[in-house]
Design a binder for this molecule. Structure first.
Ligand code: CA
Ligand code: CA
Length: 126
């Protein structure tokens, strides 16, 4: 079975577009052995979440869809992925008062299985 590990998130205000933020993230997809033998392709999407005391809020899902191919030449070697996309900064405004706590969840689906990993939480004032 595959796993998603070491999900890291960083958020910076866009230098080019006022009102937008760049979402930098990285993760490792650790394929299972059968994934590589089958050269399985994973469809990956990410969701942004706001951390709250009781229930976390989903801010957006199905963002930044991309695919990661597992190669049988390098079985069971973690595949490192680094990506960036932009969102409107107001999307990240998950709390009306005080700081906003935003984290990201990476979801990878191979068709036969669906695995996910959660990032660190970025605290900001969005
Ligand atoms: Ca919060
Ligand atoms: Ca806020």
């Amino acid at each position: 079975m595959a796993t998603v590990e070491n999900v890291r998130l960083d958020i910076k205000a866009s230098a080019k577009k006022p009102g937008f933020s760049d979402i930098f993230y990285s993760y490792e997809l650790h394929p299972g052995e059968t994934d590589c033998a089958a050269q399985r392709e994973f469809v990956v999407t990410v969701g942004l979440w706001g951390e709250d005391m009781l229930d976390d809020d989903v801010l957006a899902t199905d963002l930044d869809m991309h695919t990661v191919q597992c190669s049988d030449a390098a079985p069971a070697v973690p595949i490192k992925v680094e990506r960036v996309f932009e969102v409107e900064t107001k999307l990240l405004d998950e709390d009306l008062v005080g700081d906003d706590e935003v984290f990201l969840i990476v979801e990878a689906s191979s068709g036969t299985e669906r695995v996910s990993g959660k990032s660190n939480t970025v605290v900001g004032y969005f």
